[in-house]
Ligand binder design. Sequence first.
Ligand code: PEP
Ligand code: MG
Length: 571
Amino acid sequence: MSKRLTGIAASDGVAIARAYLLVEPDLSFENDKVAQVEPELDKFRDAINTSKIELTKIRNNAEKNIGPDKAAIFDAHLLILDDPEIIKPVEDKITHDQVNAPTALTEVTSQFVTIFESMDNEYMKERAADVRDVSKRVLAHILGVELPNPSMIDENVVIIGNDLTPSDTAQLNKQYVQGFVTNIGGRTSHSAIMSRSMEIASVVGTHTITQEVQQGDMVIVDGLTGEVIINPTDDEVIAYENKRERFFKDKEELKKLKDEETVTVDGVHAELAANIGTSEDLTGVIDNGAEGIGLYRTEFLYMGRDEMPSEDEQFEAYKTVLEQMENKRVVVRTLDIGGDKELPYLNLPKEMNPFLGYRAIRLCLNQPEIFRPQLRALLRASTYGKLSIMFPMVATLQEFRDAKRILNEEKANLQQEGVEVAEDIELGIMVEIPATAALADIFAKEVDFFSIGTNDLIQYTMAADRMSERVSYLYQPYNPSILRLVKQVIDASHKEGKWTGMCGEMAGDETAIPLLLGLGLDEFSMSATSILKARRQIMSLSQNEMRELAHRALDCTSADEVQTLVQSYVK
Ligand code: PEP
Ligand code: MG
């Protein structure tokens, strides 16, 4: 008998493959004294050797999958395995204290971790994390427990985990990872967003998937409906293979629209742009016929590594994107760290409500040593294409003015150094905070454009954490309150002759698109994989009719009512 679970459909597609559990294994052991030390020394030395072989393979795979920069972390791990200052004390402890290998290893490595962590030195703090990681790997080998190694996957799998962090997701090899299913998370958590750009079918927020699935079980993931089937029957496999086939056929069909212009039946053009996390997403952007980049989430440049990317490194990354987009508009968002996107090497204090805390522009304005190199890199890259810059999580006009002042200072510095900077860089803000939407008319006088970040705007307006599957019923893009805020922002920008885009996931949502078109949204920016579907839909709609629809939706009493209304307009 198969078993069914339902979660939140997070990324389109159907996956059928064996489960790969990405969960923390049990590494508990008894703190025993031993009579014979030789077998313990052997166990320890064998575990070191096996860890070396394993880490070398991981390192080589990571280099292929995620690039040499990010693979370098494993070089640091390999060095620890060769470090006599760690190896020798463990061997001495086994020999002199006559304790078993797991006890000696953990006692020695935790001493190092404590010392490194207490140092007021970023580099040493990072070494603490490395030692902890390596110690875990060696311990697992001593105990004969297998650690999950997602970068070593070399057959088709469905990843099962409690949650996936954005950096876990970044390590997945798209060639083999067919889908993923998690216990927690919402449709707009960043791993869900990444799964869409990687075209991996995913279902999040199932609560119990890690308890229901065993390693190697057959799993079907229906990312279109949110259903997960564990150990399906032959009939179920056939039915879903057919569904997968239909999904791929439709994708092929959509490819014909790649070079078409997105024009409504009554002749109105809508700009369809893509959201990207790294320059590696550009192939998808180009293949899916995006008219520009509406959101470049630069924080991914800072993730999956041990230290900040240098100004030069950032310059190269921005230049690549601008050049490849060949003068199409590229909206780059400055660093938006915080919330569910962490940077361990910044050692930021843990907060009770990270989504309401020290993040994004708040952090950048307070730590110019982080902000200024990014602005300089962007300004230097600005002559290689059509650059727009926007600031995330702006709550007050003062924040925008401060950010703009710093940008202008860096521009002046560069010009003094003889570096050319484009003169036509548009400067905008993300509208993600209800206070900013409420004052859109005031902001509109000073910014060049708005980009509505509904992923956050919805969570702050409805006071419903975007990561929480428990309150996901309150996470309502079609709630009339959201539609009214969106209208207010669009109208305010148009009054000042400016434009408004939307880069939250709502911009690519089939039910929202008719409403947004009716509200007069200028630019829709979404996962590249949603673009062709959105294009087909917009080409079948009349803006005039959608204006009437949007007008009626603004007066609805609930999100459900809006949804029913849209369905009655759009067949
Ligand atoms: C948003 O909040 O809508 C947005 C696009 O930013 P992010 O999802 O990266 O928070
Ligand atoms: Mg946001």
